[in-house]
Each structure stands twice: as C-alpha cells, then as structure tokens.
Design a protein around this ligand. Structure first.
Ligand SMILES: Nc1ncnc2c1ncn2[C@@H]1O[C@H](C[S@+](CC[C@H]([NH3+])C(=O)[O-])CC(=O)[O-])[C@@H](O)[C@H]1O
Ligand SMILES: O=C(O)C(=O)Cc1ccccc1
Length: 246
C-alpha cells in the first residue's frame, strides 16, 4: 500500500503528443496537490460541505459522494459529524482512485460508515438518500449523459434532500469568459504552475472536461424537478450550487 502524496509534475516536461487527461496512477499519486493548486476554493467548498450536512441531513441519512476520487468529501463530513449521523457511499470509476480512497478512509475515519464503490455514476442503482454530492464530477461526463444522471439523482433523493453540485463553469459572454480564464491561469501561475504545464494540461482536458454555463446547470436542475437552486459559491470559473428537493 503506497499512501505517499507527491507534488503535481504531470505536465512539467514538454510532451510530443499530449494524451487525453485520465485519472491514472500518475495522477492519483499527486492528486491532493493537483486539486488544491488547480481548483480555486476547493478547500473552502469541502469545509462548507460539512456545515451543509450538519444543517440539512436527517440523523442517520445516507449520503452519496459521486466521483469521490480519494474520498475528500467523506473525510470532510466525518471531520464534522459523529459516526451515527450518516452513512456514505463514495463512487469512482478509476480503480487507482478507489484503491487509495479505501485505505485513506479506513485509516482516517475508522468509526464512520463509509464505503467506496468502483463504478460508473451513470449506471448505479441508487438508494434513497438525504444528500448527494458531485464535487467537480459532472463536468467529466459526456454532455449528452448529464440530464439523465441529474434526473436519476432527483429520484433518489428523499423529500427535504439536497444535491450539491460543484463545477468548472464557462461564461456565456465571450469577454467575461476570457477574463475569467486569464485570471484562472494567473491563479495557477501563482500556485507554482509554469506556462508549459498550464497549456499542456489545457490541451489534455479538451473534450474531457467540458464545462457548462451556470444557467445551463440551473436549467437542468429545474428540469429534473428541483424546486429551488442556489449558487452558494463562485471563485473565478469554478462554482458550487445547492439544489433542494421539496
Ligand atoms: N462516470 C463516472 N463515474 C464515476 N466516477 C467518475 C466518472 N467520470 C469521472 N469520474 C471520477 O470523477 C472524479 C473527478 S475529480 C473529483 C474530486 C473529488 N470529488 C473531491 O472532492 O476531491 C475532479 C477533478 O479532478 O477536477 C475522478 O476521480 C474520476 O475518476
Ligand atoms: O487544472 C485544471 O485546468 C482544472 O480545470 C481543474 C482540474 C483539477 C484536477 C484534475 C483535472 C482538472
């Protein structure tokens, strides 16, 4: 079992051919560093998820963390809520992520009821739940698959349940979007990434991470049946929404 975590150097050297970004062993080994240096507000969003769970979760309710990567959402909830407050299923498609999430959670929160399942969130048999979190995951699904997943999650939520959706977003206005993307690249530079790393990763993410506008997210959530949707967080071109089921 290797639990060492490395600095993200995935795109540091010039690559002849830039392969599509994938959540493989190389990414898993540096993922905590990669996501903290690349997603504005990542730590703040995780902290707030615990607060949202405290406020909205019925005692003992079930939580899904979809696209759980290394289980950060489960860890955040376990850090704020006692073991009997909730059960949680983390789901991820990447075997390397799942293997490491399991060992981390077993070590960090042994008393909590958290299981990690290797699977595709598009084809899961969901059980009734009080809270479903997609923390930067929907953006990796083919755009044509997104409506059906959100509709399924609406059905899985109990009345009073909440869906938290964090996403990289695109602004509809071209000038606004250009400014946000430029400042996002400045944010990455300030976090130690070189121009080469920024540009090679951007190429690797083309057609892999396809962002929607905030309006498209709100419209999709409304179509699925959510009566109220609030964007509770935005930092540059990264946002988090909460959708309420009546
Ligand atoms: N169809 C799918 N089914 C299951 N998992 C998937 C699928 N597609 C992609 N994934 C998984 O979604 C995760 C997205 S990362 C989430 C961060 C985490 N939530 C965090 O709070 O640290 C976000 C990012 O890296 O920007 C990866 O682990 C993929 O394997
Ligand atoms: O780095 C980027 O450009 C992002 O959009 C965030 C990100 C973080 C981790 C994996 C993939 C994308």
């Amino acid at each position: 079992m290797s639990s060492a975590s490395y600095r993200d150097a995935v795109f540091t050297t010039p690559l002849d051919r830039i392969a599509s970004f994938s959540f493989d062993e190389q990414v898993v080994a540096c993922f905590p560093d990669m996501i903290r240096r690349s997603v504005p507000g990542y730590g703040q969003i995780l902290g707030m998820l615990g607060v949202i769970a405290e406020r909205h979760l019925r005692h003992g309710a079930h939580v899904y963390d979809l696209g759980c990567s290394l289980g950060a959402v489960g860890l955040a909830l376990a850090g704020r809520l006692p073991p009997d407050a909730f059960t949680l299923t983390g789901v991820d498609l990447s075997p390397a992520m799942v293997e490491r999430a399991r060992s981390t959670l077993a070590e960090e929160c042994p008393g909590h009821h958290i299981e990690i399942v290797e699977g595709d969130i598009r084809h899961l048999d969901y059980r009734p739940s009080g809270m479903i979190v997609l923390n930067f995951t929907l953006q990796f699904l083919a755009p044509g698959d997104r409506d059906a997943v959100i509709a399924t999650l609406f059905e899985a939520l109990e009345p009073g349940g909440v869906l938290v959706l964090s996403e990289k977003i695109v602004a509809a206005d071209e000038q606004e979007n250009a400014w946000l993307v430029e400042r996002y690249h400045d944010f990455k530079r300030a976090n130690g990434y070189s121009d080469l790393e920024i540009s090679q990763k951007r190429t690797a993410l083309e057609n892999v991470l396809v962002p929607d506008t905030l309006d498209a997210h709100h419209a999709r959530l409304s179509r699925a049946g959510f009566s109220r949707v609030t964007t509770w967080f935005q930092y540059l071109n990264f946002a988090s929404m909460i959708a309420f089921k009546e």
